[in-house]
Design a protein around this ligand. Structure first.
Ligand SMILES: Cc1cc2nc3c(=O)[nH]c(=O)nc-3n(C[C@H](O)[C@H](O)[C@H](O)COP(=O)(O)O)c2cc1C
Length: 158
């Protein structure tokens, strides 16, 4: 089982990455699971039909094809998931290499309502491309209160 943990934030230090690290560390405890990390900031992606230099979409497509399941992490930006994550979905091919495979979703947000809207939108898109989106998505509100500056979780409830 090969699982890709995909970070939809491209901020230099990002809370989505801090959160996904906890998930990665848990998954790595199972020796039957190979975990790979996909940081979208490392991929130069075009809009559909756009010609760009150093187009990384073929590399991304083959990585996604090689995986059996996915965890998608996104911050909430303007009430939805990130444009970079949408661009990944758009440039990863149609039909999607994620079609027919399980996807878990996790979202983080500054606000008290958490990433509910981003996760609703993302769930709709991942269902549309034919992935099996896990029903229990995870939304974390007031994310800046959950980690220190080094990315250590300081939430006493964890
Ligand atoms: C462009 C932009 C839009 C944002 N929109 C929202 C929002 O709609 N709701 C919210 O709760 N937080 C919003 N935030 C705050 C982010 O959710 C918060 O900064 C989060 O830590 C970003 O995650 P990241 O560090 O993984 O990039 C926004 C931040 C940015 C940069």
């Amino acid at each position: 089982m090969k699982i890709a943990v995909i970070n939809g934030s491209v901020q230099p230090k990002n809370y989505t990455g801090y959160t996904l690290k906890i998930i990665k560390d848990e998954l790595k405890k199972n020796s039957n699971i190979e975990v790979i990390e996909i940081n979208l900031k490392e991929f130069n992606l075009p809009f559909p039909g756009e010609a760009i230099d150093n187009d990384d979409s073929p590399k991304l497509q083959s990585l996604l094809k090689s995986c059996d399941a996915f965890i998608l992490g996104t911050p909430e930006y303007n009430g939805t998931f990130t444009a970079k994550l949408k661009l990944m979905i758009e440039t990863s091919g149609y039909p999607s290499p994620m079609k027919g495979k399980p996807i878990g979703l996790i979202g983080v947000a500054s606000g008290v309502l958490g990433a509910v809207k981003s996760l609703e939108h993302l769930r709709s898109v991942t269902a549309h491309i034919g992935a099996f989106t896990l029903p229990r998505v995870v939304s974390i509100a007031e994310i800046e209160k959950k980690f220190d500056d080094e990315g250590n979780c300081i939430d006493g409830e964890v």
